[in-house]
Design a protein around this ligand. Structure first.
Ligand code: HEM
Ligand SMILES: *[C@@H]1O[C@H](CO)[C@@H](O)[C@H](O)[C@H]1NC(C)=O
Ligand SMILES: *[C@@H]1O[C@H](CO)[C@@H](O)[C@H](O)[C@H]1NC(C)=O
Ligand SMILES: *[C@@H]1O[C@H](CO)[C@@H](O)[C@H](O)[C@H]1NC(C)=O
Length: 322
């Protein structure tokens, strides 16, 4: 009897140890992480996001993208927010980010409001996760309970940002591989690409497609070409969703079916017998399914390799390590 009990105690400890060492590193994120230490964080973030979106609708898209570009590079650790200095190279000049990522001033505003309420408690990485959720909701999309408890990195990686963020020229197989690397499957890829129902892209991101691809609606291509000449206007913008650029809805998927995806990486999701065609069709006709899958996939993306416990720090200023 005694030996039986000690061996079962032993197995329990083995399980505890195994979970500790091999379990998901997101084990410590929870929706109630700040319920005692900073219950006001949600109101603080939402009020700043709401007034920023009121001023400029696109900023909701920009904030959503910041969380994505944070999570895909070294995990959701606020690394994307660190400024370059003479002795520090951050991620802001990485190819997918340079002259493209925006919303940093809004994040500063949120951070200072949150710091006033609860000094030194809420991480910049968590602020990005909450701001992304609020942006989607305010623009008409789904809401979800954000898991929290991430801490901020003291470092950033330009090389990882260049390498890990998907390019708009990607093939479907490259997109799938890139998403798999952060724990996201093909369904997550299609659902999350639906983020392109809001926001804008620069001419350089879609020029090759509108001049040289054949799976594109001819009048759509013509219209885009007018503001994106072959050899000028690199920074001219076009909406990622030609129908409802400021509403988080299923029009993005309807566009794909009509060959009106703006980026090569968008249209590749609905193309000649592709494996993701049926899902695009499904989302185009069911806001309910899209919203539900999008919310689930956002939570999954937010679980990517966060710093927790005593790793990292709670930055006081999102632009620099303490
Ligand atoms: C599937 C792979 C993806 C690729 C290749 C991709 C690529 C791009 C590109 C090239 C732009 C335009 C950048 C510019 O021209 O300045 C863009 C914008 C945007 N992306 Fe993605 N993206 C992907 C996935 C995602 C995901 C997963 C999200 C969020 C969940 C997202 C959210 C956005 C948003 C909201 C914008 C507009 C930002 C703004 O207007 O400021 N994207 N993306
Ligand atoms: C980033 O963009 C700026 C402004 O467009 C440009 O001058 C600079 O060369 C770019 N940096 C990198 C590393 O591409
Ligand atoms: C990252 O990409 C930028 C812009 O293309 C390039 O200037 C830089 O050398 C790259 N750096 C690394 C470390 O990959
Ligand atoms: C389109 O393709 C042609 C022929 O390959 C090439 O010369 C041209 O530069 C391409 N145009 C764009 C805008 O990429």
């Amino acid at each position: 009897m005694a030996s039986g009990r000690s061996s079962s105690m032993c197995s329990i400890w083995m399980i505890v140890l195994l979970v500790g060492f091999t379990g998901s590193s997101s084990a410590q994120l929870s929706t109630n992480f700040y319920s005692k230490s900073c219950p006001k964080v949600f109101h603080a973030v939402k009020s700043v996001v709401r007034s920023a979106v009121k001023k400029e609708k696109r900023i909701g898209a920009s904030l959503l993208r910041l969380h994505f570009h944070d999570c895909f590079v070294k995990g959701c650790d606020g690394s994307v927010l660190l400024d370059d200095t003479s002795s520090f190279t951050g991620e802001k000049t990485a190819a997918p980010n340079n002259n493209s990522l925006r919303g940093f001033k809004v994040v500063d505003k949120i951070k200072s409001k949150v710091e006033k309420r609860c000094p030194g408690v809420v991480s910049c990485a968590d602020i990005l996760a909450i701001a992304a959720r609020d942006s989607v909701k305010i623009l008409g999309g789904p809401s979800w309970k954000v898991k929290l408890g991430r801490r901020d990195s003291k470092t950033a990686s330009l090389a990882a940002a260049n390498r890990s963020l998907p390019a708009p020229t990607s093939t479907l197989s490259q997109l799938k591989t890139g998403f798999r690397a952060v724990g996201l499957n093909e369904r997550d890829l299609v659902a999350l690409s639906g983020a392109h129902t809001i926001g804008k892209a620069k001419c350089t991101s879609f020029r090759v497609r509108i001049y040289n691809e054949t799976n594109i609606d001819a009048s759509f291509a013509k219209a885009r070409q007018r503001k994106c000449p072959r050899t000028a206007g690199d920074n001219n913008l076009a909406p990622l969703d030609v129908q409802t650029p400021h509403t988080f809805d299923t029009a993005y998927f309807k566009n794909l079916i009509n060959q009106k995806g703006l980026l090569h990486s968008d249209q590749i999701l609905y193309n000649n017998g592709g494996s993701t065609n049926s899902l695009v069709k499904k989302y185009s006709g069911s806001a309910h399914t899209f919203n539900s899958d999008f919310a689930k996939a956002m939570i999954k993306m937010g679980d990517n390799k966060p710093l927790t416990g005593s790793n990292g720090e709670i930055r006081l200023n999102c632009r620099r390590p303490n």
